[in-house]
Design a protein around this ligand. Structure first.
Ligand SMILES: *[C@@H]1O[C@H](CO)[C@@H](O)[C@H](O)[C@H]1NC(C)=O
Ligand SMILES: *[C@@H]1O[C@H](CO)[C@@H](O)[C@H](O)[C@H]1NC(C)=O
Ligand SMILES: *[C@@H]1O[C@H](CO)[C@@H](O)[C@H](O)[C@H]1NC(C)=O
Ligand SMILES: *[C@@H]1O[C@H](CO)[C@@H](O)[C@H](O)[C@H]1NC(C)=O
Ligand SMILES: *[C@@H]1O[C@H](CO)[C@@H](O)[C@H](O)[C@H]1NC(C)=O
Ligand SMILES: *[C@@H]1O[C@H](CO)[C@@H](O)[C@H](O)[C@H]1NC(C)=O
Ligand SMILES: *[C@@H]1O[C@H](CO)[C@@H](O)[C@H](O)[C@H]1NC(C)=O
Ligand SMILES: *[C@@H]1O[C@H](CO)[C@@H](O)[C@H](O)[C@H]1NC(C)=O
Ligand SMILES: *[C@@H]1O[C@H](CO)[C@@H](O)[C@H](O)[C@H]1NC(C)=O
Ligand SMILES: *[C@@H]1O[C@H](CO)[C@@H](O)[C@H](O)[C@H]1NC(C)=O
Length: 498
């Protein structure tokens, strides 16, 4: 949500930055999959015993931290030559009312349709991680008929328990929707809800946004469970159908939130072995996605919620940037290479450096599409301007920045809307769809996830489609080079623009 940073600043954040860069340098993990099955079993038995002891110790003062993971699933196998599931991938988007790209535009499946489809497929269980819920206008004291789709989604969720679908929801404390009645209503219908106090646990928020349906379909994307995500905010996400291995992996992340939602929970160190993953950057899952051979893994933040085996979201982003040879296209609502909360040690050039090095040292073409709306923070402006100032094609430095602005039109009475909320990247090598903005708190204290996908680049693939979506937006009437911004309404940077 656009206002998440405001929420953070309103929330008390007191621990000072101790170190900047160093803790972010990519921390390669040893590969977790055994070379031989025998060695593996031996290792696992020994590790299992050690972990069991560690866990029992921990349980002495913290009951049942290690709640059972989803009882229906078996852990994904290391054996990548197992018979492939008939998995399918779908790019999902939503567009604010009035946004129009003209005929024949390349767009994903509508977010509302994708959610409805997942809801109708559900026959056993749904897990949802979302920053907050706010699916009706009343929740924020707004009267708008554009909340109709949100209401429908809420009704569908309410009906799930009576269809014998078990529903578990995790949301954040602190929250952005304190007055919403959605969770209360859902609870009355039998939905299990845990509010995870990330404010207390990490001084951050739970900002992840994903669904897991029947232990085999997953949705990950920028959209909160908010009616505005369907009609007033521009969102991008991905649905992968029929991959129980990927779903089981995401379920581990869900479960790490779920156990942390118990009162007085603390963060285990280390996490019990149930939370370990066999799918990471070094060892991605091989899937045949809609007929295209693909390698995929899910990265997460914050680091204290990741077992060693889980690739950190920031590391996934840095690897993708460093691995690009030709181009890096980034669309992210907010790109802010400094901390807003630790003024004395605030500069955080980690991602910015990686982008500049790719452009300057390796002649990779970098395009950064950031968002601006009426409530955007103008503090972002000097930083994006400094990046754009490097753009000098004659010297083989290609770093272009553009700002995506969605006109408010007659919708200006709706707070925190009319914004491009996308958080993705596409390079010549990978597609990345995340839930975090690109500023430091999101990678250190806030919970988020990112799906990293590499596919055979030729032919019709998700990767190519995401590239097409970026090109569509970059070249659209809503995207403005910085030099033109002073003429653009509904953007908080415009008054700073020369
Ligand atoms: C990350 O957060 C931890 C507290 O969770 C803090 O001690 C550390 O200084 C932070 N690091 C950075 C680089 O912000
Ligand atoms: C991996 O899967 C293949 C094909 O299903 C099978 O032939 C092979 O024995 C498996 N290897 C292990 C170590 O399970
Ligand atoms: C909301 O607006 C509609 C028309 O725009 C009006 O009919 C309705 O009474 C309003 N509802 C409330 C609760 O103000
Ligand atoms: C839900 O489960 C109960 C108990 O198993 C059963 O009686 C009922 O028919 C089920 N309802 C549906 C809609 O499947
Ligand atoms: C929640 O409701 C209270 C009382 O009506 C109001 O003062 C407050 O501004 C509302 N908060 C939000 C975030 O809408
Ligand atoms: C999942 O795969 C099965 C066959 O393996 C297929 O019948 C089903 O339609 C697929 N589900 C989706 C949502 O694609
Ligand atoms: C949580 O901690 C408080 C204070 O330490 C204690 O009073 C309370 O009983 C604890 N609650 C639970 C559910 O353990
Ligand atoms: C992927 O699956 C499709 C059918 O869904 C099949 O035609 C194709 O050969 C498979 N590709 C690979 C690399 O397994
Ligand atoms: C740098 O890349 C551009 C294409 O983006 C290419 O035209 C140019 O020749 C490259 N320069 C060098 C020195 O490789
Ligand atoms: C808002 O403007 C659109 C056209 O841009 C129009 O179709 C719609 O009816 C207007 N809505 C209201 C409530 O004025």
């Amino acid at each position: 949500m656009p206002a998440s940073s405001r929420l953070l600043s309103a929330h008390e954040l007191s621990s000072p930055y101790k170190s900047l860069n160093d803790s972010y340098v990519s921390n390669r993990r040893d590969s977790k999959c055994p070379v031989s099955t025998l060695v593996a079993i031996g290792c696992l038995v020994v590790l299992g015993v050690l972990l069991a002891i560690a866990v029992i110790e921990r349980l002495k003062y913290e009951d049942r931290i290690n709640e059972a993971l989803n009882p229906h699933h078996t852990p994904p196998s290391c054996n990548q030559s197992d018979p492939v599931e008939h998995s399918r991938i779908v790019l999902v988007e939503s567009f604010p009312l009035g946004v129009d790209y003209g005929k024949n535009a390349n767009t994903g499946v509508n977010l509302y349709d994708a959610w409805k489809d997942l809801l109708s497929l559900a026959s056993e269980q749904i897990e949802v991680a979302s920053f907050y819920w706010c699916l009706t206008g009343e929740d924020i004291n707004v009267n708008s008929s554009s909340d109709t789709l949100g209401r429908e989604i809420l009704e569908e969720f309410k009906a799930l328990p009576s269809r014998n679908v078990s529903v578990r929801v995790v949301t954040s404390v602190p929250t952005l929707a304190p007055n919403s009645t959605d969770l209360k209503t859902l609870k009355e219908q039998g939905v299990q809800i845990r509010r995870v106090n990330f404010g207390r646990l990490t001084k951050g928020i739970l900002h992840s946004k994903f669904w897991i349906v029947d232990g085999k379909h997953v949705y990950i994307g920028s959209a909160n469970m908010d009616w505005r995500a369907l009609t007033q905010v521009k969102e991008l996400g991905v649905v992968i159908y029929n991959s129980s291995a990927l779903a089981a992996d995401l379920q581990k992340i869900f479960q790490s939130y779920w156990v942390s939602g118990r009162s007085n929970s603390s963060i285990p160190d280390p996490w019990p072995s149930d939370f370990d993953t066999q799918i990471n950057e070094e060892r991605p899952l091989t899937l045949n996605l809609s007929g295209v051979e693909s390698k995929v893994y899910i990265a997460a933040s914050p680091p204290v919620f990741c077992p060693e085996s889980r690739t950190r979201d920031l590391d996934a982003i840095l690897s993708a940037i460093r691995g690009a040879q030709d181009f890096i296209h980034v669309a992210v609502m907010e790109f802010y290479p400094a901390s807003k909360f630790f003024y004395h040690h605030g500069y955080w050039p980690v991602i910015e450096d990686a982008l500049k090095r790719s452009a300057i040292d390796r002649n990779v073409s970098v395009s950064l599409l950031v968002s601006c709306g009426q409530e955007s923070d103008p503090a972002v402006w000097p930083f994006i301007r400094s990046l754009d100032a490097l753009h000098s094609p004659a010297d083989n430095i290609n770093i272009a920045v553009r700002v995506f602005v969605i006109p408010s039109g007659n919708q200006s009475h709706i707070p925190y809307s009319r914004i491009n909320h996308n958080k993705y990247m596409v390079t010549d090598k990978v597609a990345y769809v995340g839930t975090s903005n690109w500023s430091p708190e999101y990678f250190n204290t806030t919970a988020g996830v990112g799906l990293v996908l590499s596919q055979d680049a030729s032919g019709k693939s998700f990767h190519q489609q995401l590239r097409g979506v970026f090109d569509r937006d970059w070249n659209s009437q809503y995207s403005h080079p910085l030099a033109h911004l002073h003429r653009i309404q509904d953007c908080a940077f415009s008054t700073s623009a020369p």
